[in-house]
Design a binder for this molecule. Structure first.
Ligand code: PMV
Length: 321
């Protein structure tokens, strides 16, 4: 018997950075995100004598997974059962393309499917949170909100809400990132003088962005997206030691986008805990945008994604190996 799940990454327009409660893994700042189509974490889980986790054919140290698997077992009635997890991503892993959001959401979904428990999306979202805060969000498709202090994310608008919405992912580096987001957040909280102002100003950003999204208004949404990621990076740059996820090409893209906006593009970038730059834009501009970015900052890989579906899970019968 196997449990299976597929999840897309959740890319935040308004960012979560910092924990309200580190034990419960609840966020200090509310986030607004879009679940992406076409990029996928696929996970299957079966019972075994011991736990094991294989990601993209490589066996992983259990460290980060043990507490998560224990949490899933406790909630889903599987205490004492070993779990063999095999997962793969069809996009760069652990490099700031939100693979932890899709990976942990898919893992929660696959274990729930294996258990046979009929878990609601809210329950799956809360379970995914134990693995990674951002993993609460892609349980739902389309646009999602994960409020400060919340245990689960909630759907805001479904996958079909804004057909004109695209994300161009600019892959600056394919390798894994230097500092995991969990450690980075904690360092920002403990050492950055700008951490508290970041937390204090984020509710207004989230509220304004939800209104702009409700209007499908690029002109209002774009500057809020930019304000959110640059404020978040303010807490990283001012941490001790500073957290610098950017690479030269990241800055080149940011500056190029400033020029492209002046030239008439409706394109607003964001970044996460890694060097990749992700650009939100209308569908009919995405092709020309990729062409211009490629011409002005050569040598990068670009992926374009639309809003996608939420978590899909199923179970197959048969003898586990
Ligand atoms: O859930 P984590 O630990 O991968 O943290 C996500 C943090 C950011 O990607 C930087 C922001 C976000 O809201 O996704």
């Amino acid at each position: 018997m196997k449990g299976h799940a597929i999840a897309g990454p959740s890319l935040a327009l308004i960012k979560y950075w910092g924990k309200k409660n580190a034990i419960e893994n609840t966020p200090a700042t509310g986030s607004l995100a879009v679940t992406l189509a076409g990029l996928e974490s696929r996970t299957e889980v079966s019972f075994d004598d011991r736990d094991s986790v294989v990601v993209n054919t490589e066996e992983q140290p259990l460290g980060r997974f043990t507490a998560f698997l224990d949490g899933l077992r406790g909630d889903l009635g599987l205490v004492g059962r070993g779990l063999a997890v095999v997962s793969s991503n069809n996009f760069p892993t652990a490099a700031g393309l939100a693979s932890s959001s899709s990976g942990f959401a898919a893992l929660a979904g696959a274990v729930a499917a294996l258990s046979g428990v009929e878990a609601t999306p809210e329950r799956l979202s809360a379970l995914a949170r134990i693995g990674s805060g951002s993993a609460t969000r892609p349980v739902f498709g389309g646009f999602t909100v994960f409020d400060a202090g919340a245990l689960a994310a909630r759907p805001e608008h479904d996958q079909r809400y804004w057909p004109d919405f695209r994300v161009v992912l600019c892959v600056v580096r394919e390798g894994a990132k230097a500092t995991p987001s969990r450690a980075g957040m904690e360092s920002s909280r403990q050492t950055s003088p700008y951490y508290q102002p970041w937390v204090d100003t984020s509710p207004a950003l989230l509220a304004d962005a939800r209104v702009a999204l409700a209007d499908r208004n690029w002109g209002r949404l774009g500057p809020l997206v930019r304000q959110s990621y640059l404020s978040m990076f303010g807490t990283m740059f001012s941490a001790e030691p500073p957290l610098i996820y950017w690479q030269p090409e990241s800055l080149a893209l940011i500056q190029t986008l400033q020029v492209l906006r002046r030239e008439g593009f409706t394109a607003w970038e964001t970044m996460d805990a890694g060097p990749q730059v992700k650009v939100f834009c209308p569908a009919d501009q995405s092709g020309a945008l990729v062409a211009e970015l490629d011409r002005r900052v050569p040598g990068l890989r670009f992926l374009t994604a639309a809003p996608g579906p939420g978590l899909r899970t199923w179970r197959t019968e048969g003898v586990s190996p």
